[in-house]
Design a protein around this ligand. Structure first.
Ligand code: ADP
Ligand code: MG
Length: 281
């Protein structure tokens, strides 16, 4: 199998600088009379410009991990370092796209205004804001809906707005938490390709979380497989598929099937409670 072969690094991106360093991360929820250890000991590095997927079963602690990384949740132990700085609150260089796009957009603002808002908070001048907003709107294919309100758009289009808003912000790291879980299969395929397009175009570092194995393999350069809760990393799988991906061609190659098979096996092990640390949950 080809999963151990390192892919040729993409030329125009510096893949040596760590953008995000997660070290010994642990999160225990306390309160209500009982403690829940969601994440036990997570350590991984994402280099600048990489597109890394994290895949793990439902309840594995994926959202908890992203909330810790984005500074929305205090960690119990360990640390998160973004661009060399320890994260203690939501860092300015990070943008997050959540699963519930409906709740993340402001209904009283138009598409354009929703995308512009974080740029205002960033302190950009009006002309610069307008230009970045327009570029992002065009990039996600919403040129004709720029002045519509979110409630006038389909779920898939609303998620495009959320993605455009995150990209326009030009974050050094873009976090995505199961962003396509609530859209139909066809839209989902389009949005997956959109993420890879935007990643190529804007050279942003992406951490994409999903429970969907096919999606993780199709999108990522690397797939981190999470164990069952309390979560540790089971495996860091290199995705050796060509950089140019296509829903039709890539997904029907033997290499894709092999990778999918391999990750699937790991997830099955995770569900059965296998842990590399030998502990029981
Ligand atoms: N606020 C909370 N308080 C207590 N337990 C929580 C809280 N949020 C999540 N959990 C628990 O932590 C575990 C991981 O949850 P989560 O991070 O949402 O997993 P995933 O996103 O992988 O489905 C689950 O057992 C969940 O019930
Ligand atoms: Mg989740």
């Amino acid at each position: 199998m080809s999963i151990d072969t390192t892919p040729a690094p993409r030329e125009r991106i510096d893949t040596t600088t760590p953008a995000l360093d997660v070290r010994g991360l642990k999160k225990v929820y306390t309160g209500h009379g009982r403690d829940v250890e969601a994440v036990r000991n997570l350590t991984f590095t994402i280099r600048s410009g990489e597109l890394v997927c994290i895949v793990g079963p439902s309840g594995a602690g994926k959202t908890t991990l992203l909330r810790c990384i984005s500074g929305l949740l205090d960690v119990t132990d360990g640390e998160v370092v973004l661009d060399g700085k320890k994260v203690t609150e939501p860092p300015p260089g990070m943008a997050v796209v959540f699963q519930e796009y409906g709740r993340s957009l402001f209904p009283w603002l138009t598409v354009r205004q929703n995308i512009e808002l974080p740029l205002k908070e960033k302190g950009l001048k009006k002309a610069e804001r307008a230009e970045k907003v327009q570029t992002a709107i065009d990039a996600v294919g919403l040129t004709d809906s720029a002045d519509a309100h979110p409630w006038q758009l389909s779920g898939g289009m609303q998620q495009r707005v959320a993605i455009a808003r995150a990209v326009a912000y030009e974050p050094s790291v873009l976090l995505m938490d199961e962003p396509f879980a609530a859209v139909d299969a066809q839209t989902r395929a389009d949005l997956e390709d959109l993420v890879r397009d935007l990643w190529h175009k804007f050279k942003v570092t992406v951490l994409f979380v999903t429970h969907d194995i096919d999606e993780a393999v199709y999108l990522g350069e690397r797939v981190l497989v999470l164990s069952h809760r309390p979560t540790v990393i089971l495996e860091d799988v290199k995705i050796t598929l060509p950089d140019e991906r296509s829903q039709l061609e890539t997904r029907s190659t033997k290499e894709f099937a092999d990778l999918r098979h391999h990750v699937y096996e790991q997830i099955q092990k995770a569900k059965q409670g296998f842990r590399p640390d030998g502990d029981t949950a």
